[in-house]
Design a protein around this ligand. Structure first.
Ligand SMILES: *Cc1c(COP(=O)(O)O)cnc(C)c1O
Length: 370
């Protein structure tokens, strides 16, 4: 018995023949970097998101970096984001020379609190970068309205939100630019690294295409200082195969979340809230408990693996000490960081495994609830 936090082998077994055929096609073509499979994937993923342009890159971090550069962000600028995220969000802002300015998150949905944004805007602010954390869309309407009022760009960190919905629109299609990661553990994962920028803006798309390939408009015509951020051909081919399954896998994640809710609804643990109008895609099934260490240890004793996303909010990480933040600056993010536990969540999770996880949670809650 026991339940893994995530098991990528199960999915690979289901699609192995298609994947190997796709990889063989790339090898036969020798289009190892970019090439027609990557180009086809860009178009397919853009239309899946409901945008005109998709530009594939080598990682989600590169997607964020180039989206920020395309929006003209650089040294001396400020970008408003959240401290409750993977470090890459803040790192990408830093790569441009701009400063990450944090605002706290909403206590119900753990995404950017729109009510906190305006107080953080200064004459240097150039963009707002909300994160669709755990697979749930940030509250985009007020965020976009504030951005329009102040002449700011909106860049979505959709690295955890492939296919996530907000009032009928897909994440990555709501702001000026959307940034995705295809790291293997993400909802749409490559067999290696990958990323992509979505946008309706042809000029942004053109700039990002140039920047990802050494700043060259055509071979050896380097019009700007660029990067080697190109996607590999095999990743494009693999992602094309996997994109065809994404909706079914997302529905499976949502069914698993519904099963957890049914089994854990009354046990006193704090379950994720799905905001009305949102389609949460449960990259992470996050619960909160004030007794996190004991909770995780108790589940581990029963063979149930869990994770933490993320134990230290970015503003308190040693790497960002230059920002001079202290505990208490973003109390909601800090509380979530101290109480969050991620339960096993992946499309292939069996009903019996969900029951096993729930049983372990219920046993713990019976002992610790009071
Ligand atoms: C995974 C992730 C990234 C970075 O993506 P990589 O492909 O690992 O570079 C950025 N932001 C968030 C919120 C992520 O979860």
């Amino acid at each position: 018995m026991g339940v893994p936090f995530v098991d990528l082998k199960r999915q690979y077994r289901e699609i192995k023949q298609e994947i190997l055929a796709a990889v063989e096609g790339v090898f036969d073509s020798t289009q190892f970097v970019l090439g027609k499979e990557v180009a086809a994937f860009e178009g397919e993923f853009a239309s899946y998101c409901g945008v005109r342009h998709g530009v594939a890159v080598n990682t989600g971090t590169s997607a964020l970096h180039l989206a920020l550069l395309a929006a003209g962000i650089g040294p001396g600028d400020e970008v408003i984001t959240v401290p409750l995220t993977f470090v890459a969000t803040a790192a990408a802002i830093g790569y441009t020379g701009a400063k990450a300015v944090f605002v706290d998150v909403d206590p119900a949905t753990y995404t950017m609190d729109p009510g906190a944004i305006e107080a953080a805007i200064t004459p240097r602010t150039k963009a707002i970068l909300p994160v669709h954390l755990y697979g749930q869309a940030a509250d985009m309407d007020p965020i976009v309205a504030i951005a329009r009022r102040h002449g700011l760009f909106v860049i979505e960190d959709a690295a955890q939100a492939h296919g996530a919905g907000y009032k009928g629109r897909r994440c990555g299609s709501i702001g000026d630019l959307g940034c995705f990661s295809f790291y293997p553990g993400k909802n749409l994962g490559a067999y290696g690294e990958g990323g992509l920028v979505t946008t309706d803006n042809a000029d942004f798309a053109r700039k990002i295409r140039i920047l990802r390939d050494w700043g060259a408009e055509t071979k050896y015509q380097h019009v700007v200082k660029g990067f080697n951020y190109r996607m590999e051909g095999v990743q494009g081919a693999i992602l094309r195969v996997k994109l065809r399954y994404l909706e079914a896998w997302t529905e499976a994640r949502r069914m698993n979340a519904a099963a957890y809710r049914k089994l854990l609804g009354d046990c006193g643990i704090c379950l994720p809230v799905e905001r009305a109008g949102n389609r949460h895609v449960y990259h992470v099934f996050a619960v909160l408990t004030p007794q996190r260490a004991e909770f995780m240890e108790s589940l581990a004793e029963r063979g149930v693996q869990t994770g933490i996303h993320y134990p230290i909010p970015v503003h308190l990480l040693p790497a960002y000490s230059e920002l001079n933040h202290r505990p208490g600056d973003f109390p909601v993010a800090e509380r979530i960081a101290s109480e969050e536990v991620s339960l096993p969540m992946f499309p292939e999770l069996a009903d019996a495994e969900i029951e096993e996880v729930a049983q372990a949670v219920l046993e713990f809650q019976n002992v610790y609830q009071y």
